[in-house]
Design a protein around this ligand. Sequence first.
Ligand code: NAD
Ligand code: MG
Length: 393
Amino acid sequence: MLGATGSVGVSTLDLLDHATRDGSAEVEVVALTAGRNVARLADQALKWKPQLAVIGDESLLPELRTRLNGSNIQAAAGPAAITEAAAMNADWVMAAIVGVAGLAPTLAAARTGAVIALANKESLVCVGPVLLARAQAAGGRVIPVDSEHSAIFQVLQQGPAGGRAKLILTASGGPFREWPIEAMADVTPEQAAAHPVWSMGVKISIDSATMMNKALEMIEAAYLFSTPAERIEVLIHPQSIIHSMVEYEDGSTLAQLGVPDMRTPIACAYAWPDRLTWPAPKLDLVSIGKLTFEAPDPARFPALDVARSALALGDGATTAFNASNEAAVAAFLDRRIGFLDIAAAVAETLERMDRAGELIAGADSDAVETAMMIDQSARRVTADVFSSVGQSH
Ligand code: NAD
Ligand code: MG
């Protein structure tokens, strides 16, 4: 479990707790990792008794040791130790670290041939083709956990591979779906972090508010399902009941529906090709009554168009897109830039890097090194862009 203490990590352990209690799954946890939340990591470890618990922040190792004192659980710390944990022998790995920090551990897990339940969308966005090829070469597979991709994955497993017209990603539209653009300029981090439907980590909540999350998901879908950007459409669906759809050339559209609860796509990734039995919240369509749909507004939510141009430029550009957005979200949370500056800064960063010829993706062998170089350079360029954005305020 990579990123055990986060929103997806906690949902995963909760699901496994249900499934083991009623005997529908037998689970032995091999390793748990976290970034900084040492108290929660230690509590989880004492409950699930893994061989190893790893904290990303090395200064927290003494505290982890103290908290695990008297147990047989080994404690370790630092990014390299997280990657080593990811490479341990396990049948199933939940990749739920947030951000580009998940790249090296997720790739290490893919090399073991384990089933990778992939929540860390950033690793797909940065090195998607390499990640998928490595998992396949090792005899493993990647099963998406992101609810939209889980929906499409489930639909595609049911029918013929051909005759696909397009993928339709649904989006809740976030908290500012109906806000006029003038009001969006003054959005605070607190307002942006409060998602109307899903309860999630802070970074992905901000990304949902800007629709950067959907933009990242479009890139994720392009790599996962080998589909060009022009065959991926985004549809606003505020109730988040239809998690995504596949439209076929013969006029059929197939969808996956469910209560917006991450434990359902996690259960799918855990048990596939079987179905896990657990007390899942079930859909009550009568009480929901109606499902509504609208087109996204490109003027208020430019993120989707920026993602389309990144995809057209290639892997190097999608890596830069992700890094620039991470830097912009951090600056927004620090109140250094405004809400609308996030997408503008990412677009400007891609343009500057493209002009400078800095978006060339690496060959397979050095994909991670090249991705990390592009990531670092995108963060520097984004910081430069902020200084010009700041002056215009
Ligand atoms: P979160 O912030 O709640 O949790 C992130 C986890 O990663 C925590 O365990 C944290 O300790 C760990 N972590 C953070 N920084 C780290 C670092 N530098 N090194 C090592 N570990 C670190 O995030 P989340 O909402 O659970 O999201 C996790 C991933 O899943 C993200 O990529 C997100 O986009 C994706 N995702 C989340 C949801 C959701 O509902 N929360 C839905 C779809 C996809
Ligand atoms: Mg999603």
